[in-house]
Design a protein around this ligand. Structure first.
Ligand code: NAD
Length: 247
């Protein structure tokens, strides 16, 4: 414990899944965590579970809210952009609305948050930005993840560009690229696919060479590492954590 002592962390989509587990992990390492989400109930449950976590409603598709929120908060040491939306289907299934929604949540929100938080980090001369990408991106072509993979590839480019621009000024920026992780939204997506649910789960599990899905805790451990000074020589990288899927 204490690996993030004294650090102030801002996390988006912290109400469930990987974001929630990361908020808890950062707090248990001594960070002061500001956990944000659009789900007030989920945030209340998280705050009740951990005293070191403060919560705030924040929709990453609302840039004016992001600017107002960040300027009221002051400087952060860590930003974990975790919010993301999975559109399932090929380009032929992806109408203009689904395409735009994918970019609004997965890329535009990240742009607005990085832009809002960076000046505070630069003024302090330190900061770590962690952006949620996926193996389904420029790393691997995955069937029926057209819009999702396009946006997650953009996240890699965005992260590398920020890392290059601020490498001499104490701010690091990395992308994390998980394989399939067992989270509430994965359960929802399995349900949405319909049909034989056991077979759908089996399909998700079978594409993982370890024969199992990843756990949110396993991703949170990587987030803590990238947030901490243990990773101080690491920037601009795509951290693949996928149980060997892309190997
Ligand atoms: P999840 O989808 O289970 O939960 C996400 C949270 O996001 C929810 O609490 C929801 O209320 C919140 N949210 C939704 N829209 C929002 C918005 N506009 N603004 C702020 N918050 C919003 O989470 P997850 O499965 O852990 O996924 C988190 C991230 O990890 C996403 O970016 C996802 O693409 C990525 N990812 C997930 C997997 C996986 O298999 N689960 C794999 C690779 C990458």
């Amino acid at each position: 414990s204490g690996r993030l002592q004294g650090k102030r962390c801002l996390i988006t989509a912290a109400g469930a899944g990987i974001g929630r587990e990361s908020a808890l992990a950062c707090a248990s390492e001594g960070a002061r965590v500001l956990a944000t989400d659009i789900d007030a109930q989920a945030l209340a449950a998280l705050a009740a579970e951990c005293e070191a976590i403060e919560t705030h409603l924040l929709d990453v598709t609302r840039p004016a809210d992001i600017d107002a929120f960040v300027s009221a908060q002051g400087a952060f040491d860590v930003l974990f952009n975790c919010a993301g939306y999975v559109h399932q289907g090929s380009i032929l299934d992806c109408d203009a609305e689904a395409w735009r929604r994918s970019f609004a949540i997965n890329v535009d929100g990240m742009y607005a948050l990085c832009r809002a938080v960076l000046p505070g980090m630069l003024a302090q001369g330190r900061g770590s930005i962690i952006n949620m990408s996926s193996v389904a991106s420029s790393i691997k072509g995955v069937p029926n993840r057209f819009a999702y993979s396009t946006t997650k590839a953009a996240v890699i480019g965005l992260s590398k560009a920020i890392a290059a621009d601020f490498v001499t000024r104490g701010v690091r920026c990395n992308a994390i690229c998980p394989g399939t992780i067992k989270t509430p939204s994965l359960s929802e997506r399995v349900a949405a696919l319909g049909g034989d649910q056991d077979a759908v789960w089996k399909g998700f599990i079978e594409r993982q060479p370890m024969g199992r899905l990843g756990e949110p805790k396993e991703i949170a451990a990587l987030v803590v590492y990238l947030a901490s000074d243990e990773s101080s020589f690491t920037t601009g990288q795509t951290h693949i954590i996928d149980g060997g899927w892309s190997n």
